[in-house]
Write a protein that binds this ligand. Structure first.
Ligand SMILES: Nc1nc2c(ncn2[C@@H]2O[C@H](COP(=O)(O)OP(=O)(O)OP(=O)(O)O)[C@@H](O)[C@H]2O)c(=O)[nH]1
Ligand SMILES: [Mg+2]
Length: 328
């Protein structure tokens, strides 16, 4: 059942209460609407409803939590796009695991994060536990994550020491699945939000699926998501990530078709990266995780933005502008 609130600044779909009610579900202003169109949507779990996604918990952020960051600097939002199981969340877990081991994003130094527990939660799955040599993968990203995706923050410093706030949007693949078919679909709002607000994008192509029996369908789906992403892309960079690159490329034609399709769309800033959780000295799959982020940041920072509007010359008859000279 969808949630609504009398407070226009409150977005209960994000599982947060702007009045700070704990637990979130106990807020007296919160109402649950009976809506048949939404009836199929699963109820958020008790923990999701408990207002956990606020910045000071260190968990993944929601939209409201971005406000203090935006006040500090221009925040770069990187959207991870792709179908279910494509490897988006694992990419983020790998990124953080590499940073934690001291491997830098080229040209950028780690300078902090407001969402360390959120990162640790993901990276923990790829980490050896005491007494066990088994690692696993982060769980499937739930579609009940809210109206906007889980946002993970990194503060970075460039070589000149300038601070840069970067936020990664990790959305469920189901959102993109709906969005590729219907950009206005109710359950695709989060994907549309990423597309509208993202400064740069990584589109994930699942190499395991592209080598399997459903390769044709997988290729078509990736191309459909790409078609949506390139709309109004402008100068925003788009990286294509060949995820799970450790899987043998038994159908190279599939990858070629995706490549050709993307190039035919002529994004202004386009690059490909091959990544995997497996370490390979020659293929540098881990290094390419860091390079993908470095490339997005470099491209964003060196692409000239919109020119500033010209400042009209002061009209000497304007009393307000004359005030200084009056006081002098
Ligand atoms: N062989 C191989 N498998 C991987 C790799 N990365 C991820 N996988 C597998 O792919 C599955 C899905 O990865 P996720 O990172 O959860 O994919 P996702 O895109 O976040 O999926 P959703 O949350 O459903 O949108 C994992 O559970 C692993 O089984 C990789 O580098 N190599
Ligand atoms: Mg995921």
């Amino acid at each position: 059942m969808p949630l609504s609130c009398a407070n226009p600044n409150c977005h209960p779909e994000d599982n947060e209460c702007q009045d700070g009610c704990r637990p979130f579900g106990a807020c007296p202003q919160l109402t649950r609407d009976q809506d048949t169109a939404e009836a199929g949507r699963a109820e958020p779990s008790a923990t999701e409803l408990d207002g956990q996604r606020v910045s000071w918990t260190g968990s993944a952020m929601g939209q409201k939590d971005l406000e203090p960051l935006i006040a500090r600097s221009r925040v770069l939002l990187i959207g991870l796009a792709g179908m279910e199981n494509a490897g988006k969340t694992t990419f983020l877990a790998l990124l953080y695991s590499l940073l934690r081991r001291g491997q830098p994003i080229p040209n950028y130094r780690f300078a902090g994060s407001y969402t360390l527990p959120g990162w640790e939660l993901l990276a923990g799955f790829l980490t050896f536990k005491d007494g066990s040599n088994l690692v696993s993968f982060p769980p499937h990203t739930s579609r009940n994550a809210g109206r906007v995706p889980g946002l993970l923050h990194l503060a970075l410093k460039d070589e000149a020491g300038a601070l840069l706030d970067v936020v990664f949007a990790d959305a469920p693949g189901e959102w993109f699945n709906e969005w590729r078919i219907n950009e206005l679909a109710k359950n695709a709002e989060g994907a549309a939000w990423i597309h509208q607000h993202g400064d740069g994008f990584l589109l994930f192509a699942d190499c395991e699926e592209l080598a399997g029996a459903e390769a044709g369908e997988t290729r078509a789906n990736i191309q459909m998501v790409a078609n949506r992403l390139v709309v109004n892309l402008g100068a925003r960079p788009l990286g294509l990530v060949w995820a799970k690159s450790d899987v043998e490329n038994t159908r190279p034609a599939m990858r070629e078709k995706i490549r050709a399709h993307l190039r035919s769309k002529a994004p202004q800033h386009y690059h490909e990266f091959a990544v995997s959780v497996n370490h390979d000295e020659e293929q540098q799959w881990h290094g390419q995780v860091l390079q993908a982020v470095g490339w997005l940041l470099d491209t964003l920072r060196h692409t000239p933005g919109r020119p500033q509007p010209p400042v009209p010359l002061a009209d000497t008859d304007d009393l307000f502008l004359l005030r200084r000279s009056v006081l002098a």
